[in-house]
Design a protein around this ligand. Sequence first.
Ligand code: CA2
Length: 150
Amino acid sequence: MASLLLLNGPNLNLLGTREPQHYGSMTLADVEARLGELARADGHTLESFQSNAEYALIDRVQAAGQSGVDMAIINPGGLTHTSVALRDAFAGVKLPFIEIHISNIHRREPFRHHSYFSDVAVGSIIGLGPIGYELAYRAAVAHLAGRPKG
Ligand code: CA2
């Protein structure tokens, strides 16, 4: 059984309410429920956490590193393009993670083209819409299955 953590950064609580051209019509509650169902069906645990505050996400990553979470799935939102501190938190507790973006950040404004997370992520899923969360979950489980613990 694996322990997984789904993290969403600033403004992702607005999913499904605005900008459907970029982010689709699923709400964050829909995404969290879907991944929770998948994890339960597979015999894993998955906790979800969203915050608009950078420090709260950093605290959650540190706590996950100390409580034996095996892997995180994160959409850092706008912090993708700004947050050395959140990137450092993953390295600080050695928590492997998959980065997901709903929109294709490479087809958007130039300031969205760089991610502080991609080069330290296990992998990144970008631009496939909210189904990207499900793909990230499946990739996380496959990654953990292929890497013996201990
Ligand atoms: O495409 C993604 O998933 C992003 O991480 C979303 C971030 C954006 O800053 C990144 O460049 C790409 C923004 C999250 C805001 O989400 C909203 C959802 C609905 C309505 C308004 C904002």
